[in-house]
Write a protein that binds this ligand. Sequence first.
Ligand code: GLC
Ligand code: CA
Length: 565
Amino acid sequence: MLHRFAALFLLIVSLPLRLHSQRQPVDAEGHQWWQHAVFYEIYPRSFMDSNGDGIGDLVGIDSKMDYLKSLGVDAIWLTPCYPSPQVDFGYDVSDYENIDPMYGTLGDFDRLEKDGKQRGIRIIMDFVMNHTSDEHPWFLDSRSSRTAAKRDWYMWHDGKGPGLPPNNWISEFGGSAWTFDAKTGQFYYHYFYPQQPDLNWHNLAVKDAMFDVTRWWYKRGVAGFRLDAVDTLFEDPQMRDNPGLPGLNKYGDPNQEKVHNTKLPEVHVILRDLRKVADENNAVLIGETWTKDVSELKQYYGDHSDELQMPMDFMFTKVDKLSPPEFRRQIAAVDAAGGWPVFVLSNHDIVRSYVRYGDRQHDQAIAKLMASLYLTLRGTPIMYYGEEIGMENNDPKRKEDVKDPIGRVGWPQEKGRDGERTPMQWDDSPNAGFTRGVPWLPIPPSYKTVNVAAELKDPSSILNTYKNLLALRHQNRALLDGDYVALNENDANVLSYLRRYKNEAVLVVLNMSAQPQDVGFDLALQGFPAKSAQTLLTTSARSKESSLSHLSLEPFAVYIGAVSK
Ligand code: GLC
Ligand code: CA
């Protein structure tokens, strides 16, 4: 009896303790693990193929765990590797609680998770919330009859008239967002491909089932989720037409303002509830949040910081040129938004940063410059595989070679996303060491020199610059936690700022122009009267001590130095 009483008592006192300890900060200021972490996006099809079928897999990723560790990565985000017909290369999920055989097994996943944990690398899964595959058992049931148990798990509606969809909403991937299903004589809604029917998030059974998916993976050890397409979870129940805009989009559809099927306020109710589940598991929620301005981005953190810890700032990727004034504006706005900033340069949906910022003359220097920018800002960076070696886009040259369906619908204006998804370039052996079979996407000839093995040998390679930057970030308090202070704000060519933490500060100076630049700093106003800086990293040929009153930088050069009081 006494025993049982004692056990109950222990359980009662330890419960709140357990919840609390799961959210242990990593420093005295209360920062959480994800605020000090560097995230790395892996597109599983393209990272490493272990069995020679030309498609990457989990065993392949696992075999590169030491590489990721030595690079300085703390968490990997795997884009979807669940069972899927692969119409949208995994973003059409037919079973949320399994691994597609082409990528391996749950056992492979568990090994990956364990090997990651041993090295301090966490795993983030992709959570495709808005839609399932049309082959998911839920949808198969839903479409089977008007009275099916799961009919209301998706959005079924009558057309406006014979052959006419319920309203004018268009799909993000071209054509009407409605597909007629002859079996039951109604249309179903899909914001993306017809093979990706939208779930009906007004239905609480959908919410329960999807929330349970996250619990299932938390139990398996995942550290969080990247939430796919959160903007599109809800649609106007009255199904009003979207207002039209002039012109046609790249798929030939009339433009429209998607006011009735994107960014509805109900999204935030779901995010708050999903966050509660994440908090119980010390997990992080990252959002695919396409926002037009900082006030929109702010909403995703939640009014009480109770929604996403890490909504991605994609406005940063829209500064598609090396413009100090534009970066300055954008960084300051996000920094002032109140949440912890999340910086991204590229991902599996956008042209690689190497190409977007490059000028075809100084591409390598520019890649190092951009890395030095977003890896030294206040916030968490999310890298995209291959960026660290300067991988370029390898876009299809002919329509018949396109794999990503939007590239076929939108050709030649939209060539699809194959170009930014090509296999990781490991060495100069055939197929860049990615596969011993035929790679699912072609590897550009530049792999002969742009590859991990070659760049590891060159101290000034893009790869070694990333490694040095990441090592610096991990040790330096000012880079981890310091505030952001813009400097020389009228300079149109050189972007510079101070990261300031108590008695330490780091000065970052980035020449974003093709001309040499001379700059000077007086940091007394910022509390650092020192006349020189201690060089931490530079891509320019210079000495260890640098005079703050006169720094000269070669085209696109980077200077990072420590300043003390
Ligand atoms: C997100 C993904 C993209 C996918 C789409 C539909 O935007 O990043 O790759 O096609 O959602 O799931
Ligand atoms: Ca939806």
